[in-house]
Design a protein around this ligand. Structure first.
Ligand code: MN
Length: 244
């Protein structure tokens, strides 16, 4: 049957079938791709510890909600999925996994590095933020910062300089080295100082998903805003634990 012999009704039906097709494709794709968390996955999305709007106006509620409930939860999901056939690795904490990537099979190593890193980094990042974190640092931590930077102003400037100098997605850190000194560093992707044998004290996410809705491409403005909501009481306690 060629076009000229189609009746009006047949032409209408053919048109309806064509317009229905994309809907069917989308539905089928969603059914196949629907993420169902593996029931035995040992890693869980930790609660944020404060409301999505707690850091307003510095970090907006929408960004916090998407960042925690979508981005972080996807890292947890993908990490659990990678470990489904590895009961021995399921027993390890995410920190132990990242410190022992050489013991993770080749086939899942990159997935564990990226998604285990994503889970670990975000878990620390949420804890480093608060709407009532107090002023800091104090005591021995203040002295350690004093060895890293001349003063607070220089510290903030150097931190922002390092963070804006990180090309593409990544993280900026203050980490604790083996000799307990502090180190300012950045890492690409979801890598962390753990991979280099250092322990992160303070983490700030530099992926665009952390700031694009409110700050677009202005990473430095986002970092100045983050400086207003650092949870110094958490950072202080973490320092004391790491150096005890
Ligand atoms: Mn992130």
């Amino acid at each position: 049957m060629n076009r000229s012999t189609l009746s009006r009704r047949q032409a209408f039906m053919a048109g309806a079938a064509l317009t229905a097709a994309p809907t069917l494709l989308i539905r089928t794709h969603a059914q196949i791709g629907a993420p169902t968390p593996p029931p035995t996955g040992p890693h869980k999305l930790p609660p944020l510890g404060y409301a999505y709007d707690a850091l307003e106006p510095h970090v907006d509620a929408k960004t916090m909600e998407i960042h925690h409930s979508k981005h972080h939860s996807t890292y947890v999901f993908n990490l659990n999925r990678a470990l489904v056939d590895h009961p021995d690795l399921q027993k390890l904490s995410v920190e132990e996994l990242l410190k022992n990537l050489d013991k993770v099979p080749d086939k899942i190593r990159t997935t564990v590095r990226n998604n285990g890193g994503g889970h670990y980094n975000h878990t620390l990042f949420w804890q480093c933020l608060s709407n009532e974190g107090g002023a800091g640092p104090e005591g021995a931590l203040d002295e350690a910062f004093g060895q890293l930077f001349k003063n607070k102003e220089e510290g903030q400037e150097e931190f922002i300089k390092a963070a804006t100098g990180q090309f593409g997605s990544g993280w900026v850190w203050i980490s604790v080295d083996k000799d307990k000194s502090l180190k300012l560093e950045t890492t690409p992707n979801q890598d962390s100082p753990l991979l280099a044998g250092r322990t992160p004290l303070l983490a700030v996410d530099l992926w665009e998903h952390a700031y694009y809705l409110k700050y677009q491409n202005r990473r430095a403005d986002y970092l100045k805003a983050i400086n207003n909501c650092l949870n110094w009481s958490f950072i202080q306690k973490r320092w004391e634990k790491l150096t005890a």
